[in-house]
Design a protein around this ligand. Sequence first.
Ligand code: IPD
Length: 271
Amino acid sequence: MTLAAMTSAELELRHYAVLGLVSEASRMALDYFNRSDSLGITMKGAQDWLTVADGAVEDFLRQRLAVLFPSDAIIGEEGGGEASDAVWIIDPIDGTSNFARGDRNWCISIGFLVNRVPEIGIIAAPAMEEVYCARRGQGATMNGRPIKVSGATDITRAYVELGWSTRVPAANYLAVIERGYTAGASMKRSGSGALGICHVAIGRSEAYAELHINAWDVAAGLVIAREAGAAVNDFFAGEGIAKGNPVLCCTPGLAKDLATITGIVSQRDMR
Ligand code: IPD
């Protein structure tokens, strides 16, 4: 299916169907979260956490989406998958290291892309009772209320979240932190890329950046942030869907400063 063939009504159907699925998935994930003995924690690698909830939530979403929209492709953090013109990109639990420790800063993230353009983004943070949603061109909401970026222009008043993983050499990460502090930003990290982007969208921080991140961590968040007025980089360029890319999303008045600090260029109206 191509963008020309996907009508606004078809996108709307997907948006509302997935809101319902995410609500069910949220109850499932919260049930695991509230029973720490049920988590079955294992490590996929250094600092790369996995719980049984990750697999269970992804399986649930995959099965339901496959029945509802059989011609759409599905990519998930745990089960992989191949992109097509119309693709769902799922992170069943983003912020698994928080989830596994009983920290409430985790979420379920689902994005839908048509011809590599993010069209729908839904991120639910059940332990914080927050649901962020957006459709391209229709604004962004949190729990049904419109949200927007802070609009800050002064880096010396900015909160900048820098995501971290072992996929990038520590020296590169530390160089960005040093440039950020030197410029006067307050740097932080909270362990969920998807929620970090939502927090830019709602004005709780001014920027989220990461030198390499996977598509399932950002596919939903970037629609939400852009619809809330953020400048974002062209994350889905090249092999962004299959292999990930750097990400930057920030309030537009700080895009220039953030490009210098992170080396990542963002724009207000990407697509
Ligand atoms: C991770 C988180 C983290 C980000 C990493 C991701 P996961 O995802 O989003 O904040 O810095 O790059 O891998 O493993 O919790 O789904």
